[in-house]
Design a binder for this molecule. Structure first.
Ligand SMILES: [Cu+2]
Length: 577
């Protein structure tokens, strides 16, 4: 008699099991997420800027990238702002005294006294006038870290126009590569247009410790130099006896001032007759007027400046305007030893913007000179796809030509420089042939932006036949167009949405999350045939599961109630007594 309630309970439980099981596999549906607006990728610059041309007698190489340099600006950089027409000068943002070149002291056809003026600019800083940043420089779509850079002395406003906040083209990251000729008398004048003290240290460049007037000339406040205070200026005197790829950087609170961007390449070109070198290479990348010595051995030349940023440090100048507060936050509260590099850049930008400015354009059987510089806080391991380059110079000093080695990974310690020779000879060693070959840091964090991939310092060596008419690589993989959205860099973009015809890997709404997402449909066209049981299962699983469970429950319950009778029947069938 007591068995009955227990039997009923068990029966009900069995009957409800399919319903519970159905609830557990009831998965949220994939939803399609709006991917936001794609930027105009190319087309902001004048197309004729990409052509090979001669301005003011200056030969300017072709530049097939999507955002080429302004040729008038290159003419000013080669001839000096004092030796060009007013018309050419007005086509640039240079101040009239930004680059003065004169005095052919050795009579070899090029000027030997070079006066270069540098200012200090803040990019993406807090505006005292409105709730936004100014002047703005985009590292990637919607990514605007606060930075300080050395910039050539410019004319007019810091912004491009009255209506926007975009920085004028001379105010940008990285601090520009500077080129001088071996033996030149160079006066590098720092006009401190910033709110903090700074100096310039000439790293690796031959320079006397004190200048001709007995003042410090090494840029180090603790040993030789007074601070160059806001509004002051100071001239560093250089007469480099050795050529090479070197560095200039601020030496005040170096750990943060260098990380903020006050660091650039300083290249001393070998002395040759009639050698007018391109004093600035704003934005780095292709050198459109290579020196005589470079052209003896190479078809083209590129400056590749790698830098990395901790968003916490670079956010400080976006929160405060008062220099006293910024000094305390940056130099007393911020702890560099706890920092993490979040942004990894090549020539001031991250992928995909690197494809607009920092591609290397090649043709078969060429020699290309790369000058690589690492101003990040960690070791880099740059890898070239499809090519093994020869390392010709370390830190500006030529490696014994008989001992030069070829690699496909180039390790570069912080502040180090590697000069590379890339040969595009298709022999399976130097090059594997034509294509769109990326080159990137092989520390995996180097290919991320704020920890998200694709991003970081990735760019590409592109053979001319794989470049389209606006200067973008003709890629044949997944489309890169969606990466040119703020939404992607704002982490709002689904990882795999629309990669398949079924849109099986869209997004689900996290708030209603109940169970793991459904598996992708198996890539078979038809399911197994001929099993009537499966074919007859209705589409709606929860109702059919319930009906089948109920029938099975009733059967089991009936069997349970009649168990004695059934056992007796079995016994009699077996012939038991
Ligand atoms: Cu400084």
């Amino acid at each position: 008699m007591q068995k009955k309630p227990l039997s009923i309970l068990l029966g009900v439980a069995v009957a409800l099991m399919p319903v519970l099981a159905s609830a557990a596999v009831g998965l949220p549906e994939s939803v399609e997420v709006d991917k936001g607006e794609v930027e105009t990728i190319c087309g902001s610059n004048e197309p004729e800027w990409r052509e090979a041309q001669t301005i003011e007698g200056v030969k300017i190489q072709e530049s097939l990238r999507c955002m080429p340099d302004n040729p008038a600006q290159i003419a000013a950089e080669v001839k000096g702002t004092n030796n060009i027409s007013m018309e050419t000068l007005m086509n640039t943002y240079y101040a009239a005294d930004a680059i003065i070149k004169k005095n052919d002291m050795d009579g070899d056809g090029d000027p030997d006294l070079i006066i270069i003026k540098l200012e200090v600019a803040e990019l993406n800083g807090h505006s005292p006038d409105f709730d936004g940043l100014v002047p703005t420089f985009d590292m990637a779509p919607g990514i605007q870290p606060g930075m300080w850079v050395f910039a050539p002395k410019s004319r007019g406003m810091a912004t491009n126009s009255f209506v926007g906040t975009d920085a004028n083209p001379l105010l940008r990251a990285p601090s520009p590569p500077i080129r001088v000729e071996q033996g030149d008398v160079v006066w590098l004048q720092l006009e401190n247009s910033h709110y903090f003290p700074h100096t310039i240290h000439l790293h690796g460049v031959d320079h006397p410790w004190i200048d001709s007037s007995g003042e410090g000339n090494d840029g180090v406040p603790q040993t030789s130099d007074k601070f160059v205070l806001p509004g002051q200026s100071k001239t560093y005197e250089i007469r480099p006896r050795q050529p090479g790829t070197f560095v200039y950087h601020c030496h005040v609170q170096t750990h943060v001032h260098l990380a903020m961007g006050l660091v650039g390449m300083l290249i001393v070109e070998e002395n040759r007759p009639n050698n007018w070198v391109q004093t600035f290479n704003v934005g780095a990348g292709q050198v459109r007027h290579p020196s005589k010595a470079v052209l003896e051995e190479y078809d083209s030349e590129y400056d590749l400046h790698y830098h990395a940023m901790d968003k916490e440090l670079h956010g400080i100048i976006q929160k405060y305007n008062d220099p006293r507060l910024i000094a305390r936050k940056m130099n007393r509260e911020y702890d560099m030893t706890d920092s993490t590099e979040d942004y990894h850049t090549l020539n001031g930008r991250s992928f995909p913007y690197t494809l607009k400015e920092s591609i290397i354009v090649a043709e078969p059987d060429q020699n290309i000179k790369l000058r690589m510089f690492n101003s990040s806080g960690e070791m880099l391991a740059v890898h070239t796809h499809g090519h093994k380059a020869t390392i010709t110079h370390y830190d500006g000093v030529e490696h014994n030509p008989n001992a030069q080695i070829m690699r496909d990974i180039y390790d570069i310690a912080p502040a180090q420089r590697n000069d590379l020779k890339i040969s595009t000879k298709d022999d399976g060693l130097h090059s594997y042939g034509e294509g769109v070959w990326i080159f990137h840091d092989h520390r995996e964090k180097g290919i991320t932006t704020n920890g998200m991939n694709p991003g970081g310092n990735v760019s590409a060596l592109v053979y001319k036949k794989y470049l389209n008419e606006v200067g973008l690589p003709k890629t044949i993989g997944e489309s890169i167009v969606p990466l040119f959205t703020k939404k992607f860099h704002d982490r709002k973009y689904p990882v795999w949405q629309n990669i398949d015809a079924w849109n099986s890997l869209g997004e689900i709404d996290g708030k209603d999350y109940k169970a793991p997402p459904a598996a992708a449909p198996a890539p078979v066209e038809e399911g197994p045939k001929g099993i009537a049981f499966y074919d007859d299962v209705p589409e709606d699983n929860s109702i059919s599961n319930f009906v089948w469970g109920l029938i099975l429950g009733i059967i089991f319950y009936a069997l349970f109630l009649k168990r004695e009778m059934i056992m007796a029947m079995i016994a009699s069938a077996r012939g038991d007594k």
